[in-house]
Ligand binder design. Structure first.
Ligand code: FAD
Length: 484
């Protein structure tokens, strides 16, 4: 039998700090990289994992191209196949007479189930399977509460993670990877991951540089030039003080361990920044927290973590949902966020909270509708962070926002976008208004509107719900639920 090894890439599209690749390269065998896209049209309940949304598919296409290039540069190959993983992996293993298949685990129930199926089929063919820890700082199976569940409050969770200490040392990327030529493969183009007609991805192309090298460069630049003032500046969408690493993390172009070690190194070199760096690492902790929740509740995108919310009287209002999706609610901060999302595939975290709160509280629309829209439009759409944050905002999640907290989109705008620059960028039709009016154009006099070139209800919508009325309606609905 040959000594060929398959390296099954999943949400870990990089060469460095890749435990499975590191071990495969050490074996001295020919290593064939494989990526399997399973997006065949089957009923939802038959899909093994949640199909990617449009923006994430675009990202995946770029990321696979970068990975192919990096592998080719060290003599390696990335084979692309379609279909259920069990079929694709076992077929390739037979074709190239593989002796072993390696992969990094993904600590999510559907991914574990998929990997178990693949493992069983390979073992039945006499092929050895070797798996390695995945992209979390701590394995969710070992960090449990006294009653054996994932911790549901962030602060004690993060304290426990910190008490475990530094994650393992980083692994270097292989410098050579002998492979086999001419294995039948799809191309990135033939996987049809990118939009064609219409091609809506121009804004994504302008915004993002995808791939492992770009991720590492982004981290380096952020720690050198962006981290100072992060603890306070991270809430300001107008000045962009965050790392923008989330889609790179989502696709495993960089590992949380790499971020952790680079940040600790920066803190040791510049102790004055340790407050900012601790805050940054605790945000990485939120990612970890969400993944630990998902480990316990695989159906987190559809099921309330607090069952009492199953009786919540959400309002089905397609018109309001559509206005929210299109950035036409009449609230400039909300509309700016939704348009940034549509054009670039991302939205600042503070604004994500504002738009999500507006949907579930002011409009009383089911958080799942918002979660699905984000899933389709975010390049960092993540099976753990997206539903966990939506549930957090809606109040039905873990460590969630108290029910009486209804983000005021006007005050949030005035506080976190004080000059209105963020709104001006994404809602240019309001660009002529002064900072004092840009977050509530309906307060402008007819003359002020006219001189800014704004006609409310024509060039920019009137608010689809009056703030006070929306807030009151939400409080009543939430209070009823608490009383029930
Ligand atoms: P930084 O501030 O630089 O933070 C560093 C890293 O920490 C991020 O890259 C991210 O991996 C992690 N992080 C930061 N905040 C959070 C958080 N609240 N929850 C989980 N991880 C966090 N993040 C996603 O990665 N994917 C999603 O699908 C997603 N959906 C969200 C939906 C809603 C309604 C909300 C309120 C937040 C959501 N977030 C999601 C979290 C957060 O908005 C993004 O991680 C953050 O905006 C990414 O920007 P950054 O990389 O510059 O973050």
């Amino acid at each position: 039998m040959s000594s060929n090894v398959i390296l099954w890439f999943r949400d870990d599209l990089r060469l460095s700090d890749h435990p499975a690749l590191h071990e495969a390269a050490k074996s001295g065998a020919a290593v064939i990289g494989l990526y399997v896209l399973d997006d065949s049209r089957r009923p939802a309940h038959e899909m093994e994992t949640r199909p990617l949304g449009g923006a994430a598919r675009w990202w995946l296409a770029q990321s696979l191209r970068r990975l192919q290039e990096s592998l080719a540069a060290i003599g390696g190959t990335l084979v692309l196949r379609r279909g259920p993983a069990v079929k694709a992996v076992t077929e390739l293993a037979r074709e190239i007479q593989a002796r072993q298949v390696f992969w990094n685990e993904i600590a999510q129930a559907p991914e574990l189930a998929r990997a178990n199926k693949v493992e069983a089929a390979l073992r039945a063919d006499g092929i050895e399977v070797r798996t390695f820890p995945g992209d979390l700082l701590v394995d969710p199976a070992i960090l449990r509460s006294k009653d054996g569940r994932a911790l549901r409050v962030f602060t004690p969770f993060w304290r426990r993670v910190l008490a475990i200490g530094a994650p393992p040392k980083l692994l270097p990327a292989p410098t050579m990877l002998p492979s086999i030529a001419d294995i039948p493969s799809e191309t990135v183009d033939s996987l049809c991951l990118e939009p064609a007609e219409p091609d809506w991805a121009a804004g994504l192309r302008q915004t993002w540089d995808v791939g492992e090298r770009a991720a590492r460069q982004r981290l380096k630049t952020f720690l050198a030039a962006g981290i100072a003032g992060y603890a306070r500046g991270r809430d300001r969408p107008d000045i962009e003080r965050t790392s923008n690493l989330s889609p790179h993390l989502r696709f495993g172009e960089i590992s949380p361990r790499q971020i952790w070690h680079a940040a600790q190194f920066a803190a040791a070199e510049r102790p004055a920044l340790s407050g900012d760096i601790d805050k940054f690492l605790s945000e990485l902790g939120w990612r970890e927290f969400c993944h630990h929740l998902l480990f316990d509740t695989p159906e987190m995108a559809t099921r309330n973590l607090q069952p009492a919310f199953d009786a919540f009287p959400w309002r089905p209002d397609r018109g309001a949902l559509r206005a929210w999706q299109r950035g036409r609610t009449g609230y400039p901060m909300v509309d700016a966020g939704m348009r940034q999302l549509w054009q670039t595939g991302t939205m600042h975290n503070r604004v994500r909270m504002v738009v999500a709160s507006f949907l579930v509280k002011h409009l009383l629309i089911d958080w799942r509708c918002g979660e699905r829209w984000f899933w389709d439009t975010l390049v960092d759409a993540d099976a753990a962070s997206n539903p966990a944050n939506w549930q957090w905002v809606a109040g039905c999640g873990a460590d969630a926002v108290p029910y009486f907290r209804v983000f005021n989109p006007i005050l949030q705008g005035e506080k976190f976008d004080p000059q209105g620059d963020y709104v001006r960028r994404w809602v240019p039709e309001l660009g002529g208004l002064p900072a004092s009016l840009i977050h509530q154009p309906w307060r402008a006099t007819p003359l002020e509107l006219q001189s800014a070139g704004v006609r409310l209800g024509t060039t920019y919508p009137e608010p689809i719900v009056e703030h006070r009325a929306g807030r009151e309606r939400a409080l009543v609905a939430y209070a009823k639920l608490r009383a029930a």
